[in-house]
Ligand binder design. Structure first.
Ligand code: HEC
Length: 292
């Protein structure tokens, strides 16, 4: 508590009062959300006692030594570096009006990834980083771009790369009933059984991490978002360049249980991403990674 107070005092001294900065500093986690996070993380820590918190970010590759070696070998020469460089170039290229993406955000680019999805009080809804980037384009007179892959995924991957080692801190502001309701909806989406197979996200990624399913090893839900957008071999074989955002992945998992994917950047997935990301609070962003 002491540090928070000091930071607020310092912010005031430097004339940063008002606007986003004060709100961001003042925002405190809703206690019921914090209790969920603790229970969620303790469950996985107990189930896999040999793993440290940040180990969970390696997903299926944290589940076996063999898989981890394969992963490490691929990550020595990541197949996606050129695209992340393109993402950086796009991010840094000014719009036709001379403004940049960074101008739409407060704080350093380096920590943008860690605070999203974010509760947007003005709009009364959850905003993902991908959506905030699209909104920034529109505000500056540029066209919308798709949020599943392509340019937006590369820019987003660039932001994930520069956030490596920064700690995830998604906040459901205390005393904000609307934000809590959005979080609760996301939680419900995560635990609700769906599709012809009648399975929830939790059935696979909470109850059965480490188990094999159709040739894949299931990852634990804890730490699933520390490295998104990911570059997937499977996606590279299809149309596209291999990159996909977290919501593209949600769609793939919905399809696996023969449920219809939700629309990207609408309430159902945004609230799911809000809950899903908050569960990994305190973990480090691990940078863009390879997945099968
Ligand atoms: C039938 C089991 C199943 C269900 C249900 C399921 N998934 Fe998955 N999911 C998989 C498999 C298999 C993979 C690929 C291996 C892995 O990373 O777990 C995967 C991968 C993922 C990944 C990528 C992890 C990474 O590190 O690349 C995320 C994120 C994810 N699932 C989230 C979800 C969410 C959210 C839901 C619910 C909407 C869900 N999954 C439902 C089987 C499932």
């Amino acid at each position: 508590m002491k540090t928070t107070k000091t930071t607020i005092v310092l912010a005031a001294l430097f004339g940063l009062v008002g606007g986003m900065t004060t709100n961001a500093l003042a925002a405190q986690q809703d206690p019921s959300v914090q209790a969920d996070i603790n229970a969620f993380q303790n469950y996985f820590k107990n189930k896999f006692q040999h793993l440290s918190l940040n180990d969970f970010s390696k997903g299926p590759y944290a589940m076996s030594e063999d898989k981890r070696l394969q992963f490490d070998a691929i990550m020595e020469f990541p197949p996606f570096e050129d695209l992340v460089d393109k993402g950086e170039e796009l991010w840094k290229t000014p719009f036709r009006n001379g403004k940049t993406y960074s101008s739409c955000f407060s704080g350093s680019d380096k920590t943008l990834r860690t605070a999203y999805p974010k509760w947007n009080s003005a709009k009364g809804k959850v905003e993902t980083l991908e959506q905030a980037i699209v909104n920034c384009r529109v505000k500056n007179g540029e066209k919308k771009i798709g949020t599943g892959k392509g340019k937006l995924a590369w820019m987003s991957a660039y932001l994930t790369g520069i956030a490596t080692g920064e700690v995830i801190n998604v906040i459901v502001p205390k005393g904000n009933a609307k934000a809590l309701a959005a979080y609760e909806q996301g939680k419900k989406e995560f635990y609700a059984k769906r599709g012809q197979l009648n399975l929830s996200c939790a059935n696979c990624h909470v109850d059965n991490p480490g188990q094999r399913i159709r040739g894949n090893t299931l990852s634990p839900a804890l730490g699933q978002i520390t490295h998104f957008p990911v570059w997937r071999g499977k996606w590279a074989k299809k149309k596209g360049d291999g990159f996909g955002t977290i919501q593209r992945r949600y769609g793939g998992c919905n399809k696996q249980v023969r449920a219809k994917p939700r629309k990207r950047q609408k309430a159902a997935y945004n609230n799911l991403e809000y809950f899903h990301t908050a569960m990994s609070n305190g973990m480090e962003i691990s940078g863009t990674e390879y997945r099968e």
